[in-house]
Design a protein around this ligand. Sequence first.
Ligand code: FES
Ligand SMILES: [Fe+2]
Length: 388
Amino acid sequence: MTQSIVSREARIRRALEHLRGQTTDEYDEVTPFGPAEFTDPAVAARERDRVFGRVPSIVAHGSELPRAGDFVTLQLPRNRVIVARQRDGGVKAFVNLCRHRGALLEDQEKGRCRLFSCQYHRWSYDLDGSLRTITLDSTFGEVDRSGLGLVELPCEERHGFVWVIDNAEATDIDVAAWLGPEMDGILGEYDLGGHLCFQAEGFDEPVNWKIMQDAFLDGYHVQYAHPNTAGLHIHTNVMAFEDFGRHCRFVVPRKSIDRWLDEDPGDTPLGRYVTETHFLLPNSTLLRQPDHFELLTFRPHPTDPDRSRMEMRLIVRDVAESGLDEQKWRSRWEKNWKILLAVLHAEDFPLLRASQAGLASADAGGMVLGRNEVANQVFHREIGRLLS
Ligand code: FES
Ligand SMILES: [Fe+2]
């Protein structure tokens, strides 16, 4: 714990030095890339199988399904999925499809139930996915019930989040191994499981998921794309960065740190003057703000390279631990949520939609990532590795 606090303060001081010298941490070289990565259906199919079909990614925060029988449904790149809280407190993920004749089993986005009951011929399944009843079974005929449970996907809850590998054939999920010792240790210190998902919302956008993910690892655009919002509070093109191989994180100074530009902060803790961004390969940005977290997740559409779904989650301390009364606590985070939404809808999304439209140009040229775009470099490098 102490070790990481020291190193965090050291990283913040490195960011402050960068700010003073108008420098930033940099990658070794610029990296060229092409428009087909965002438009080619063959690339999109490989990503679904080799990225999402192979590695864990976050589908929910555990507090979104606190009690046995709570469930959420979602479209993953390869499967439509139900995630359900079990009676033993664990979580399981299933393909959202009835094994009789393939009806969509659960059409609600979220809810609570004792069993899953199909609307077509009323077969039912237990929370653990096992087939419970075959309607009018004396007439239906003999079948092996144990082979007709819901198809299960590897699923694990860790660091407060529910992670799924979008592939029933995948070998067992091991989130700690996927995160690696550094990122697993970092997330462990945050006690994300002791937090609450105050609000979660999904946005279906006509934009490739990597265009979206790139924009939320980008410290280079802030004052240009967000001059009157985020750009007022956060410095542009200044990062103290760490590359963990798959995942990475970087500290970006907020403008409130400027009071220390000319003055030596000594031992003053500087955590309140920065935002820390974590990239969790393959598709999430976890923002650590001074008093809360935001999780941004980007998922490809199941068939169309030009579409994706972004999910945003505001993750905060429970009211009981906040020192605020319920009313103040609620209005504070509601206000925070509205600000986040406004920037997304008014500033990021229009820019990214237009970017995707432009990439469809028959003669779109090659493009390039700068040395200063460190987290984007890691994202492109690691997706390339998973695909190769
Ligand atoms: S398709 Fe579900 S019960 Fe027939
Ligand atoms: Fe942005």
